[in-house]
Design a protein. Structure first.
Length: 139
């Protein structure tokens, strides 16, 4: 994931936990956490303790901030936000497409070349004619 989305994200559409994270540690680090841990929960460390999971994702300072943001809770639940993450990924792909091969984008994002073409709105019919389309009879 890139540092910031290529389009504006309406914070009001995010789940409450994601809004708390965005306001506390910023959108890029929130995305790192949601991409890696979305749909899961972790036990909130006690005051002064660090969460190795969060430290690995966003560093010690931001991990401590996340723990502080959810003070009073036994657990920290991370919402999925999979549709948002997918929209951001697709916007990144469309931004990178000029000058980047389909093959390179497919490898980078773990998608097929065909799916990259769909995301970018490239007409597959031009590149691969329909084998079952009616046309002139073979001679």
């Amino acid at each position: 994931m890139g540092a910031a989305p290529a389009f504006a994200v309406d914070e009001r559409l995010l789940p409450p936990q994601a809004r708390v994270l965005v306001r506390g540690i910023g959108f890029p680090d929130t995305l790192k956490i949601l991409k890696a841990r979305g749909g899961t929960r972790i036990r909130r460390p006690l005051r002064g303790e660090a969460s190795p999971i969060l430290v690995n994702l966003v560093g010690e300072e931001k991990a401590a901030k996340v723990v502080q943001l959810f003070e009073g809770s036994e657990f920290i639940d991370f919402p999925m936000c999979d549709k948002l993450i997918q929209q951001i990924r697709d916007a990144e792909i469309r931004t990178k497409r000029p000058g980047t091969t389909l093959h390179a984008l497919a490898l980078e994002y773990g998608l097929t070349r065909r799916w990259i073409m769909v995301i970018c709105g490239e007409d597959q019919a031009e590149k691969h004619p329909d084998l079952f389309a009616e046309g002139p009879e073979p001679v």
